[in-house]
Design a protein around this ligand. Structure first.
Ligand SMILES: *Cc1c(COP(=O)(O)O)cnc(C)c1O
Length: 456
């Protein structure tokens, strides 16, 4: 029996981000300016994002982008993250499959999001900016950004979806400890916020709305830019450290995964995990099966449409071609807050559309059952988001048990569940409910998608 944990040294933290787009023959569709329906130019994006990140966002060709030493130094405080062989889970399931997971929850933000937050804060500081604005749903991204801003010396203003702001007051305190200014969204401090509050007085907010507010403030405040924790190409680029480390660790012990699984909200932890493996598949060097696991209540890949849509409810952001449920779609308040986004990364959307990967959707009570099995077997209390990947990994391992195939499964355990104890409480009390939108709900929601551009 080999070790449970496969460790890398600090020297094995990747020196470059791997840009999967460089290996895609058909590139993800460009962001469009909703006014002109033409691709967003660097000039236009620079009003919202800092310059280096704009360059990364638009770069479809450079395969490897060097990670500045300052970012690598910060990564050293919590990376490399371990790849763990889930022997106890395998035994419990009685599967011939080998299950590995890459754990990203070993930092105070509790998730993989710090990988991109560190990069985004660094480039903003390097440009001489004063601060950034952002949104947060469940709170992981806001926490990660607060930590990174504290480290690199930037102001940080976080619009937190009101439902979470009220449900998760302790998340807020973590962010405030790192010096962030946290505002419940919709707020009366922005035009978008005020108009939404007028239209929907009791609203608990949404990620799309918080994005609109954060962009409005960034664009209107001197020395400020906006940062986003998922969906964008640049975020998937930064998250490639996850996949590169996993690839190195497994190569060290001579293991090649057959099936690679991740949960998907906006697609960044999955995109980062699969990046180097998908690169091999795209270049025709190796084959893998990739599975995206999403919530049945917000099923953008499995039931959405591949269309140009706004990334935000307030329609102040560019249009992205992605699997979307419609920018006004407000998913039921499930506990996997990080997966409640109506759209999906354009990279993941394009790969899915090309048939390079599969997607599955799960209801939250079956996801928590998987979380419980995993927690009892492996000791780690998983985030509800990550538990979607666990559920898919368990299902796949049980298929192997049926067929007698000893496949190797790698899944991304994107975070810990310590801030989601109210959700675990509901599950343990047996009061958790599932909500799946009907076809009628989805048909109604997709109507808000703007007219599509003529073929570019
Ligand atoms: C935010 C979050 C996700 C979903 O975001 P992606 O961009 O799809 O990765 C998944 N897991 C955890 C723990 C998160 O915090």
């Amino acid at each position: 029996m080999e070790n449970y944990r496969i460790y890398l040294t600090e020297e094995e933290i990747p020196t470059h981000y791997y840009n999967l787009r460089a290996d895609m023959k058909k590139k993800p569709a460009p962001l469009l300016n909703p006014g002109t329906m033409q691709p967003m130019t660097a000039e236009e994006l620079k009003g919202v994002f800092c310059e280096e990140l704009v360059a990364q966002e638009l770069d479809n060709d450079t395969r490897y982008i060097e990670i500045p030493e300052e970012i690598r130094d910060y990564y050293r405080t919590y990376r490399p993250s371990p790849v763990v062989r889930a022997y106890n889970l395998e035994k419990k399931l009685g599967t011939p499959a080998a299950i590995y997971f890459k754990f990203e929850g070993n930092n105070t933000s509790g998730s993989h999001k710090l990988n991109s937050a560190a990069a985004q804060a660094y480039y903003a500081k390097k440009q001489g900016l004063k601060g950034i604005t952002t949104e947060t749903g469940a709170g992981q991204w806001g926490t990660a950004m607060s930590m990174a801003c504290a480290h690199f010396g930037l102001e940080c203003k976080v619009f937190m979806v009101k439902g979470s702001y009220e449900q998760k007051p302790f998340r807020r305190e973590v962010m405030r400890t790192y010096g962030a200014d946290v505002v419940a969204s919709p707020s009366d401090t922005t035009q978008v916020g005020r108009s939404l509050l007028e239209q929907f007085p009791g609203t608990t907010g949404s990620l799309g709305c918080a994005i609109s507010e954060a962009v409005e403030v960034a664009v209107g405040t001197e020395g400020y830019r906006y940062v986003l924790g998922s969906v964008l190409n640049q975020v998937l680029l930064h998250q490639s450290v996850i996949g590169q480390e996993a690839h190195t660790a497994l190569s060290k012990i001579g293991v090649k995964p057959d099936i690679i699984i991740g949960c998907t909200g906006g697609g960044s932890n999955l995109g980062g995990l699969i990046a180097p493996f998908m690169g091999e598949k795209l270049r025709g060097e190796k084959d893998y099966r990739f599975i995206a696991a999403e919530p049945a209540s917000c099923p953008s890949l499995t039931r959405g449409k591949y269309l140009y849509d706004f990334c935000d409810t307030g329609n102040v952001c560019p249009l992205a071609k992605m699997y979307t449920l419609g920018n006004k779609f407000i998913p039921s308040p499930i506990h996997a807050g990080g997966l409640r986004f109506h759209g999906m990364s354009t990279i993941i959307s394009e790969l899915y559309d090309q048939g390079m990967m599969e997607a599955v959707a799960y209801e939250q009570s079956e996801v928590f059952e998987a979380a419980e099995i995993f927690a009892r077997a492996e000791g780690i209390l998983p985030a509800p988001e990550s538990s979607h990947a666990i559920k898919a990994a368990i299902d796949t391992a049980l298929e192997c048990k049926e067929s007698g195939e000893a496949k190797t499964i790698l899944f991304g355990l994107s975070g810990t569940g310590y801030f989601d104890l109210a959700a675990y409480q509901q599950f343990n009390d047996g009061t958790m409910t599932d909500y799946i939108p009907t076809d009628e709900d989805l048909a109604e929601a997709i109507k808000c998608v703007p007219p599509q551009p003529a073929e570019l």
